[in-house]
Design a binder for this molecule. Structure first.
Ligand code: HEC
Ligand code: HEC
Length: 279
């Protein structure tokens, strides 16, 4: 009996030891990935307009791409990302203040810095931003408008507590379950095509690239099952036609801001993708 207990202790100890070694390995890999800088990144020149039509369009694009979900309604920064709020093991990530106010980056950022951060997911100090989606697919025109809007934001004075990533989060990054946006972009790939804003499947595909921060490419399936009205109503109300409520991830204010044209185009794209898959 005693011998059995001893063997049991040895085997259990072995497992715990293996687990700790694996965790330590993932932790080290994760630290490397999180601290990785992306030096000598060639930043393309994007024309930044200054007219009010462009600023208004930029405000809309910033909203539907979810910038406010993380950086706060006034883009003055938000502590404790809702997706990752302050526990000891996970840590907490705050989305910085984007305005020129105290604690904000807006005053010091150049046009190149904005493009590097939003399109490539790389901060002005060269480090890949953690937990920031990349807006790689945004067209030059839309990105230019977003930056035009950001550059004229009123100052908000709000200092953030710096991000503190916990050991579990580091290990999750080490295991490749979450990756800093900068490391997921193929820098040599050609720039995605930017279709004209029109009621067309290609435009729907373009608008729905922001959905892919959470959904897989096969997202079209569940949209194609709905009628166009059912889809638009669900996105606006947060309730599916069968009465099922969306989870908090799907009820952030950016979805309600999608225009009729954008929603209809996404639906058209889903129909076309489903038809192609059925063929
Ligand atoms: C899922 C949450 C999330 C979304 C959505 C998001 N951000 Fe961020 N963003 C962050 C976090 C967190 C950081 C800080 C990352 C770090 O310090 O590693 C950040 C960093 C940045 C930075 C770099 C700041 C610096 O310190 O150099 C800029 C600029 C920025 N975001 C702009 C935007 C814009 C514009 C959008 C919308 C197109 C956007 N973000 C969408 C979470 C988000
Ligand atoms: C922040 C993450 C996130 C983003 C961004 C996001 N979704 Fe979702 N979505 C979810 C989650 C999680 C679910 C499943 C749980 C639920 O029903 O709320 C979901 C469910 C759905 C559903 C219900 C059917 C299903 O697959 O369960 C539809 C339709 C949908 N999303 C459409 C969209 C569209 C269109 C966009 C872009 C305009 C989008 N989502 C962007 C997280 C997200």
């Amino acid at each position: 009996m005693l011998r059995l207990a001893r063997w049991f202790a040895i085997v259990l100890g072995g497992f715990v030891g293996l687990f700790l070694v694996a965790f330590a390995a993932l932790y080290v890999i994760g630290l490397g990935r999180l601290g990785a800088t992306v030096p000598n990144l060639a930043i393309e020149t994007v024309t930044i307009p200054t007219d009010s039509a462009a600023i208004n369009r930029g405000e809309h694009v910033a909203t539907i791409w979810g910038c406010r979900n993380c950086h706060g309604a006034d883009l003055g920064g938000q502590a404790g990302n809702p997706l990752l709020s302050g526990t000891t093991l996970l840590g907490s990530v705050s989305a910085p203040n984007l305005t020129p106010g105290r604690g904000g980056i807006g005053g010091a950022y150049t046009d190149t810095d904005w493009v590097r951060a939003i399109r490539h997911g790389v901060r002005s100090d060269g480090r890949g931003a953690v937990l920031m989606y990349s807006a790689w697919a945004l067209s030059d025109a839309d990105l230019g408008d977003v930056i035009a809007y950001l550059k004229q934001l009123p100052a908000v004075d709000r200092e953030e507590s710096p991000a503190r990533v916990g050991p579990l989060y580091v290990a999750v990054v080490g295991a490749g379950l979450i990756s800093p946006a900068a490391s997921t972009i193929d820098l040599d790939a050609p720039r995605p095509v930017a279709p004209a804003a029109a009621l067309s499947p290609v435009y729907g595909r373009y608008v729905s690239t922001m959905c892919l921060s959470c959904h897989s490419e096969r997202m079209y399936r569940s949209i194609a099952e709905l009628s166009q009205d059912e889809f638009s109503n669900a996105m606006r109300s947060g309730v599916m036609p069968d009465g099922e409520r969306f989870s908090p991830a799907m009820t952030t204010p950016n979805f309600a801001a999608l225009t009729d044209l954008e929603l209809e185009a996404i639906w058209l794209y889903a129909q076309e993708a489903q038809a192609a898959a059925d063929r």
